[in-house]
Design a protein around this ligand. Structure first.
Ligand SMILES: [Zn+2]
Ligand SMILES: [Zn+2]
Length: 279
């Protein structure tokens, strides 16, 4: 049970083809673990490398291509569940996690204003046309490439997410640790250093906030995405640390490690208002 009112801002219900558990089952679990808010962030994977495998929504047991029509149906379903759970003490928000590639920029510019969303997470999921963060392709990619061959591409893509101005949150920065750590060892944890200052400048300039994603704990990485070193650097440079996400793909993964995360990422603890009330 959480001791603080808090939300989980990165959650994949079974509308994502790689997740299990209905919207309703996630909401029930959110109440069980005392979350105050849950934000569904179903994958919107429309990049050339991602769309064939992940570019779908599953709605009422049917697979639909990821497009504005399926987003609208997904949003309607989340809003309906939200109306059901609000009187029970749970605020349900609706978002998307969009896998980035520069080729989708213009499509997003056209589509996003028509989506009724509370949160849009931008994430780097692919390098050199390979979906590296999940599935079998990730380990193979890292085994066949040196660190220098991809690290600048990762941070260039993250910087494009910032400069696009299309997103609220940068998702799981340094998630490459998941599959790269076993290949390169500890040095991969330090590889961000030269690339962080320009990325953080772009984030500040374009008002993109940082997500702290706890799924590194269940991936066996032993730390969050991003690492505490990067979180501390965000604090030092003035990047907003705006959300805590478990990246749950099953209800029992909700709010993973949040008790500890809230001690470390204290920006996200509820703060008292001047008159003593909490918000
Ligand atoms: Zn992701
Ligand atoms: Zn995710």
């Amino acid at each position: 049970m959480l001791r603080f009112p808090v939300g989980d801002s990165h959650v994949h219900p079974d509308c994502s083809i790689d997740a299990e558990g209905s919207l309703r089952q996630f909401c029930e679990q959110a109440l069980t673990v005392s979350l105050q808010q849950i934000t569904f962030t179903t994958h919107y994977e429309i990049t050339p490398a991602g769309r064939d495998k992940y570019g779908y929504f599953v709605l009422d047991g049917q697979r639909h291509e990821a497009n504005p029509d399926s987003v609208k149906r997904y949003v309607d379903q989340v809003r309906a569940v939200g109306r059901e759970f609000f009187p029970l003490g749970l605020k349900v928000l609706c978002g998307l996690e969009i896998g980035w590639h520069e080729s989708i920029h213009d499509r997003l510019v056209r589509e996003l204003p028509g989506f009724d969303l509370d949160l849009v997470i931008g994430s780097v999921h692919e390098l050199g046309g390979v979906h590296f963060s999940a599935g079998a392709e990730g380990p193979d990619f890292f085994k066949t490439h040196s660190l220098d061959e991809w690290i600048s591409e990762y941070f260039a893509a993250a910087e494009q997410i910032a400069r696009s101005g299309l997103f609220n949150l940068l998702g799981h920065l340094d998630v490459y640790k998941r599959n790269a750590l076993p290949v390169y060892g500890e040095k991969v944890k330090e590889a961000y250093r030269p690339y962080l200052p320009p990325l953080f400048r772009a984030m500040i300039e374009h008002d993109l906030a940082l997500e702290v994603n706890t799924s590194g704990i269940r991936h066996g990485v032993g730390e969050y995405y991003p690492s505490m070193a990067i979180i501390n650097e965000a604090r030092r440079t003035g990047v907003t640390i705006a959300a805590l996400g478990s990246d749950a793909h099953r209800p029992d993964q909700l709010a993973l490690d949040f008790e500890t995360a809230l001690q470390l990422v204290y920006e996200l603890l509820p703060r008292p208002l001047e008159d003593g009330r909490e918000y």
